[in-house]
Design a protein around this ligand. Sequence first.
Ligand code: PGA
Ligand code: ZN
Length: 421
Amino acid sequence: MGTRIKSVKAREILSTSGYPTLETVVTLEDGTSGIVSVPYGTSAGKHEAITLVDGDPKRYKGKGMLKARDNVNNVIGPKVAGADAFDQRALDEKLVSLDPSPQRANLGGNAILSVSLAVARAAAASRGVPLYKHIREVYDLKYSNYILPKPMVVVIEGGRHADNSTDLQEYLVGVIKDSGARENVRKAIEVYLTLGKILKEKGYSTNVGTEGAYAPTAIASNEEPLAHIEKAMKDAGYEPGEDVAIAMDPAASEFYGDDGKYHLKRDGKVLSSQEMIAYYQDLVSRYAIFSIEDGLSEDDWDAWPKLNEALGSKIIVMGDDLTVTNVERLKMAIDRKAINAILIKPNQCGTLSETVAAIQLAQSNGLRTVVSHRGGGETTDTFIIDLATATSSDFVKVGPTRGERVVKYNRLMEIADELGR
Ligand code: PGA
Ligand code: ZN
């Protein structure tokens, strides 16, 4: 028996989008406490846990979070007071039992997650251990050592993350040769900075989108960023495909039409699922691409195995909106051989235990795991970095600038220092 939960208190704070989100403080009977703030997505998948907002048009255009706040303070808090903060699994089971609806629509995934994560942070503080160590021990995760996740840095963004940029949502630089967390971060960021110079020389704007990556409005095609990123890698002194390589998150659900076709407006193309797969095959044959996330729509189940069959032996074929950090959807994806990697976002499912269960299921089936920030309503919380470290995840996906992003890379480097890496 560890320390018991004394009180739980949530408040509405601002997220990076300007709209509110939740911050929750859990205080334990020994006086220690844990505080977290939870994010939400801009291009959230249809099957994710619900981010409960007020719907009151007089406050924050309907996106206030007072209902979710009150759910924490008046419903969840009293029910978990007195619970053992060190028994995270039991705590999360309790949270799920308070709202068993599949998408947590009653209490809100945001309300539930904020309590789940704040308890973990409070318990780590009470034990006097770093959060990543606490998570590893609480779930009895068996890894021989700490292998820090490598950065996957968003460098160009479009889709719903920026106005008038590419249809494809994200172009990223992944560090594929591990030289230690600090060096890995440096390399990826140097490519980002070099890319800025290249875009400027081309006459493009280097203003940034919601994830802190460039969002060049005049870019001519969805393919063009790939050439600029490869050049930036070379100009920065790194070999594309060896030190660093390109990852893409098209977030294809966002341009999948009711007609069952993929609409690439910037290219003037309307593609079938099969043609979309061929489009990626062509890009992969010509550029140093090592990962494609959400290459197809979240419900295009018939086509996903074909994409994985076509590219899965060469590159990472990853689900995000497809799998939404949900064990049931992940099982479906594994059964159908639809993916070989999963993006992990705790707020997609709603509790730490479910998030860790998804990671464990993925890893035990040989899938890679990439722990990710959210595009829209992010916060300065760094929980995901400790989570990725605890679970030996392969990558963390985070944008390169803006305080809510850099704080995460800074946490990664802090952990590296702590571990003497
Ligand atoms: P989000 O998208 O805006 O929904 O967080 C990020 C992603 O698709 O990975
Ligand atoms: Zn995604």
